[in-house]
Design a protein around this ligand. Structure first.
Ligand SMILES: [Zn+2]
Length: 100
């Protein structure tokens, strides 16, 4: 069974660490309507400039960050195809032919 993107709609307070990257609803203490922000996993939820520790963050939609994705994280261009070495080798052979 697939895991839900957001396991629980618990709220996070300033000082807590974002468990997942994604869109979070930001709920202030009355001075501003709720709005949404992108938060990256591992970032600390900050206090609000106005309502300070009264703000809460609620996950809306989990979105994986590019560099945290299994297929892209720490990718090294390790194959000749990706480094463009085939093209380089072909160009070298053309230069050698011109010398003849
Ligand atoms: Zn606020």
């Amino acid at each position: 069974m697939a895991q839900p993107l957001v396991t629980a709609s618990r709220q996070y307070k300033p000082g807590e660490i974002a468990p997942t990257s994604g869109i979070y609803a930001v709920i202030h203490e009355g001075h501003r309507p709720p709005h949404e922000l992108l938060v990256i996993r591992g970032e600390e939820f900050p206090p609000c400039r106005t309502c300070k520790l009264g703000v809460v963050f609620e996950p809306v939609q989990a979105v994986e960050h590019l560099t945290h994705d299994l297929d892209f994280a720490g990718l090294v261009l390790s194959t000749p195809e990706l480094r463009g070495e085939h093209r380089g080798a072909r160009q070298l052979s053309l230069i050698e032919k011109r010398r003849d």
